[in-house]
Design a protein around this ligand. Structure first.
Ligand code: NAP
Length: 264
């Protein structure tokens, strides 16, 4: 595959998105970095420029469909996007003995993790198909493979984007547009730090970015890591459901409720 010359990344102000921006940053590349926190975004922009890339940093909320449509198309016009990485996301779950998630937190999460992904990708599908080239990457999660009893809405949001990426892949590849789904395990980031649990095979954000970048360069349909947890979670899908439920509930996991809320 050709090296991408223009990449758009959402959630580039922190964690995996930030590490991806720096992993790709090099002379000859234009990066469009999206996030909400202007200060952290400016820090990533400066670090990427120091590596030789040209960078546009755009503070925007992925939940805002109109703003995202404008921002994505404004980025695509001077530097046609070769690779878009829909990465921005949040988590929420059931802390301690809670049995139900706050409906407002759930809606904020779905607005970010599901509609935010659609708002990122939709504006580029037409232009990429017209050009007959491009690559779309969706950052999913092991939680998208099998619902986790500690984070129902998060699992649902990731299952939804997994299905979306898979569906797009079958439809767009004949138009020259590749679609890759990233199924990530535990990556040490601020999002992950908020979760109180044993985190087997946890990798750094830099390691995650390297794995994702290599997988995207090979045009992989699915980029899953760590392989052992990925295979175990896939196995969990074919084992008796109640047996797997009991297995999961043996682990002590605390996923705090997000403070994010949908603006009225
Ligand atoms: N870390 C893990 O263990 C892990 C595992 C599997 C999958 N993932 C997925 O990886 C992706 C990145 O997570 P991370 O671990 O790197 O988390 P992170 O360090 O908390 O970064 C999340 C990024 O998403 C952005 N974001 C959140 N809400 C946004 C909104 N409404 N509008 C625009 N940007 C928004 C944040 O930007 P601002 O702070 O500027 O708003 C930030 O740049 C997520 O989709 C997550 O579900 C992570």
């Amino acid at each position: 595959m050709q090296q991408p010359r223009a990449i758009l990344i959402t959630g580039a102000s922190s964690g995996i998105g930030r590490a991806l921006a720096l992993a790709y940053a090099a002379p000859g590349l234009h990066l469009t970095l999206l996030g909400r926190n202007s200060e952290r975004l400016a820090e990533v922009k400066a670090a990427a420029e120091a590596r030789g890339a040209t960078v546009s940093a755009i503070p925007v909320d992925v939940r805002d469909r109109v703003a995202m449509h404008g921002a994505v198309l404004a980025a695509d016009s001077p530097h046609p996007i070769d690779l878009v990485i829909a990465n921005a996301g949040i988590t929420t779950g059931l802390a301690d003995t809670a049995v139900s998630e706050d409906p407002e937190a759930v809606r904020a999460l779905l607005a970010t993790n599901l509609f935010g992904v659609l708002n990122t990708i939709e504006p580029l599908i037409g232009p990429m198909c017209t050009r007959g080239r491009g690559q779309i990457a969706v950052i999913g999660s092991l939680a998208g493979l099998r619902g986790l009893p500690f984070s129902p809405a998060y699992s649902a949001s990731k299952a939804a984007v997994h299905a979306y990426a898979e569906s797009l892949r079958g439809r767009l590849e004949r138009r020259g547009v590749l679609v890759s789904l990233v199924v990530a395990g535990f990556v040490k980031t601020p999002l992950n730090d908020s979760i109180d649990a044993v985190k087997p095979f946890e990798v750094s954000d830099v390691q995650a970015a390297t794995i994702i970048k290599n997988g995207l360069a090979r045009g992989r349909a699915v980029i899953a890591f760590p392989m052992a947890l990925y295979l175990a979670t896939r196995l969990a899908r074919i084992l008796p459901p109640r047996f797997v439920d009991r297995l999961f509930t043996r682990f002590s996991v605390n996923v705090p409720e997000t403070q994010e809320r949908v603006k009225s």
